[in-house]
Design a protein around this ligand. Sequence first.
Ligand code: GCB
Length: 640
Amino acid sequence: MIRPGVLGALCLCAVFNTVDSGMLFPQESSSREVKELNGLWDFRADKSPNRNQGFERAWYKSRLAETGPVIDMPVPASYNDITQDPSLRDFTGWVWYEREVVVPARWVADEGTRVVLRVGSAHYYSIVWVNGVKVTEHEGGHLPFEAEIGSLIRKDPTTPCRITIAVNNTLTLKTLPPGTIQYMSDRTKYPDGFFVQNIYFDFFNYAGIHRPVLLYTTPKAYVDDITVVTDFLDNTGLVKYTVSVQGATTATLKVTLMDKDRHCVASSSDQSGVLKVVDVKLWWPYLMHENPGYLYSLEVRLMAADERSTQDVYTLPVGIRTVNVTSTQFLINNKPFYFHGVNKHEDSDIRGKGLDWPLIVKDFNLMKWLGANSFRTSHYPYAEEILQMCDRHGIVVIDECPGVGIKDIRSFGNASLTHHLAVMDELVRRDKNHPSVVMWSVANEPAAEMPPAEYYFKTLIKHTKGLDPTRPVTYITDSNYARDKGAPYVDVICVNSYFSWYHDPGHLEVIPIQLNTQFENWYGKYHKPIIQSEYGADAVPGLHSDPPMMFTEEYQNVVLQKYHDVFDQKRKQYVIGELIWNFADFMTAQGITRVVGNKKGVFTRQRQPKAAAFILKERYWRLANETGILPPWTKYPCSL
Ligand code: GCB
């Protein structure tokens, strides 16, 4: 039985997110300002038995500190690992954040300024108030949401602007990812009110405000969205664009495409059109070209009606490239691309899933050191700041939505599907312009053999292709090739397998035959290119044995090498990529198969290499030398 308390408020406000406006990444320009609200917020977890006291007593109406004891909470960060309180680490329910902000007087004085409050992401369900007035709510833990708050802060310009955000991490059968709340009623075993959050995925359900919160301004008439699709013909690049403007009845635009040196290469005054770029510099992946990640800048100027002054200006980075899939290849700019990359998590000590620049830059340095040219955003959309890094560095991305752990047949119902479609709308809206994103992944290891999976995935994939006809769509399967209901609808088959680990543990000798059979079966049935989207083995750093035994660094090495031997045969045919599970060790729920987290990283959680990192580095640089066009300084063996 599910008690109304924890979930009641969730259901009360379960409106689906609507995608009726753009979600351009906030940026400063001559017409826009940004004020970051990162730092310490007041925080209070609602530990009342039904988790509903905050709503019953309207904690949003006054300062949070007046409702009861508050603690300091950094934003962005997960709250779970910040204190020594075990009940907060494993908390399920509503937590409350609050911060007072001094809004620049000119923002308040100028009625012609839109002031927008934006949350990069908060896990999982959020409600936002400004000075006690609700301004928005949002379902979903990995994508941004925002609200225009200008009129509210202008009501009483003398008081500071008080922002209250309530966040609930409860997962139900209809959330993405799904989960269930289970109450234990046997009073001989469990205390009164005891319940657990069950999840069907293998990472810790970190919660809180995970990405930056900020205020930004735009003029009343503003550039609301830009969509670009790129192509090329011989030496000419084609940038098809559409600009959407809000707050103006007619829009006079100046659209200018500039190269890296800020020279104009094409321009237009139309709201949509195709810009032609002579002698185009294409966007290439890292290690595939000597100048990877080349970005043009698309400056969109919204002019006042008399065309003499600019009302709004927004500049979008644009990489010109194409993506195509054949029955045996993945083509970027019509050249075969082989994914030699990693699966990641947003995960680190203390911060949990909170965005952290030192960690992001370190991870990029490690990926480049490894010779990785790609990663999958397992198992949810990552911060847009990370995709911007990928655009600039030429790291190719398979962009995954939070459809992980869809195992219960009740999570294939209409309400779940409607929400899943809405999440894809939001994901594509946010990430459509990133050249690094080359494929959408709509789910990871769903129970794809269940009868409802066929309708579910057919609808989901068709919908995603409708949103973005330019990128292939996949989901990640671990189900049997003969029974997988969704596979006929994907463009690329992505398969996870853990031979000699979850199957035949300890028997490294089965890997060649089982992996070969896996590939032959999938290709034989579907004639689509295949990515090994996960493989690997846990290794506790510093644990050694020879002959290799499970959980030692040697065993992890041999698993990798045996998989690699088969990849080397099959990549000559139809295997188009290999993504190691995982880049780094990461936190999971506690359980008998996890020793303080999942240890399949080739780096530790603190980003130090295990022996496997060196095996992978050798291989990836060798692959890059075979498949890419490397500048001399990166020739293998490299000195990076
Ligand atoms: C998988 C999952 C991933 C797990 C991994 C493992 O198949 O997709 O989330 O962490 O296996 O290590 O069990």
